[in-house]
Structures are given as structure tokens and as C-alpha cells.
Write a protein that binds this ligand. Structure first.
Ligand SMILES: [Zn+2]
Length: 211
């Protein structure tokens, strides 16, 4: 399918995610089932309005959290919502081929991968080799955090710092810079709150936490 023009602007896409999250929190989600006609239409091609890089955590399914249906979100899920070669390739595909106007890096409260990275970075904990490699992608985000604060507060800060770090790395690529400059895409960070179901969008996602 060729994409002539994105259906939504980044601002409209972001508004749609916010509204969907609100319906989800209020218990008014739209999609108990998907009709056959919808599936048949989608079989012709996809034109998702947002790309979401989220965590594999079973408690944070992006389609449900944003009350979004089939064909609406292009989703990458990996423990700790980290970047890696295949993740970057997937995001590049979303940018150049699907041309989704909005990219969201979605972290969440109580992220086990971020917690493990804290243990590795500040507590000297050892993990199995492939998990250790994954944690190496998170650890740079923890730079500058005060490890002496209470654990829950540290984890909260680290989750946000990890989102901001990923946003910063993505924003450092020439492709994202060019597309943001042209105004054809927007990149934002967000944190999902496990207790409330709310997605908190970070205002300037590349600024350091607390700034
Ligand atoms: Zn997680």
C-alpha cells in the first residue's frame, strides 16, 4: 500500500492516544470485538497513526492502554523499552515506510528490567549473559541518579530517565532530526502508571529527569 498522506498529524495522533487512555481508565474502552469488515479492510494495508516502543511487561499492552484497535498502532515491545539493532531497524521501517506521524517511547512504573539495571549498576548484581547485555543498554540512562535515595524513588526516577535516554538517542539520529524539523513527525516519551492506568506524557522528553 502506498501512503499518499498521513491520516493524522502528530498532534492529532497524540490527542487520540490521550483520549484512548482516558476511555481505558474510565472503563469505557471501545473495542470488545473487531468486525469482519474491519479486518477485510485492514487486509489491504496498514496505516497506523503511532509507533510505540514499549516494554514486554504483560501489564502494559499498548493497544489496550490506548484503547486502540487493529491497524492503529505499530508496536515494538522489548524488556526495558531499550534500543538495539533490530529495534532500530523496526523503527526505521515505521518512519520511512509507514510514516507514522507520532513515535512514543513508553516506559512504565515498576519496570523489572530497569530495576535489574539498577541492581547491576549500583549493587554489583550479576545476571545471565544475555540479560546482562540487555541491561548494558539501560545502564547509561542511570548516570547521575542518586543511588542513596529510597529504592522506590530511585526506580521511579530511573524509569523516566530510561525513557528520556531512549528519546535522546533516537533524536540524535539524522533521520529523526530531519523529520522533526520538517514537522512530519513528533517523538515523545511517556510513563504508564501501573496503579491508575494513566499514561503520563513527558513534556520535553529529551531533557534530564527533574529538569
Ligand atoms: Zn518493564
Amino acid at each position: 500500500m502506498t501512503i499518499d498522506q498521513p491520516l493524522l498529524t502528530a498532534a492529532q495522533a497524540l490527542a487520540r492516544l490521550r483520549e484512548g487512555n482516558e476511555r481505558f481508565m474510565q472503563g469505557h474502552a471501545r473495542f470488545p470485538t473487531v468486525q469482519k469488515e474491519v479486518l477485510a479492510e485492514l487486509a489491504k494495508g496498514q496505516q497506523p497513526y503511532a509507533t510505540i516502543l514499549g516494554c514486554s511487561d504483560s501489564r502494559v499492552p499498548p493497544e489496550l492502554v490506548f484503547d486502540a484497535s487493529f491497524g492503529e498502532l505499530f508496536v515494538v515491545r522489548v524488556a526495558g523499552n531499550v534500543l538495539g539493532t533490530s529495534i532500530l531497524g523496526t523503527l526505521q521501517y515505521a518512519g520511512t515506510h509507514l510514516q507514522t506521524p507520532l513515535f512514543v517511547v513508553l516506559g512504565h512504573d515498576g519496570c523489572g528490567a530497569v530495576e535489574a539495571a539498577i541492581g547491576s549498576r549500583f549493587g554489583g548484581q550479576q545476571y545471565r549473559s544475555r540479560i546482562a547485555l540487555l541491561l548494558e543498554d539501560i545502564e547509561p540512562a542511570l548516570e547521575g541518579l542518586d543511588a542513596s535515595q529510597p529504592h522506590q524513588a530511585l526506580l521511579c526516577q530511573a524509569v523516566e530517565a530510561n525513557v528520556r535516554h531512549t528519546v535522546r538517542v533516537l533524536r540524535g539520529t539524522s533521520e529523526v532530526q530531519a523529520r522533526e524539523r520538517e514537522g512530519v513527525m513528533k517523538l515523545v516519551g511517556a510513563v504508564y502508571e501501573l496503579q491508575t492506568g494513566r499514561v503520563r506524557f513527558l513534556e520535553d522528553s529529551s531533557a534530564p529527569a527533574g529538569a
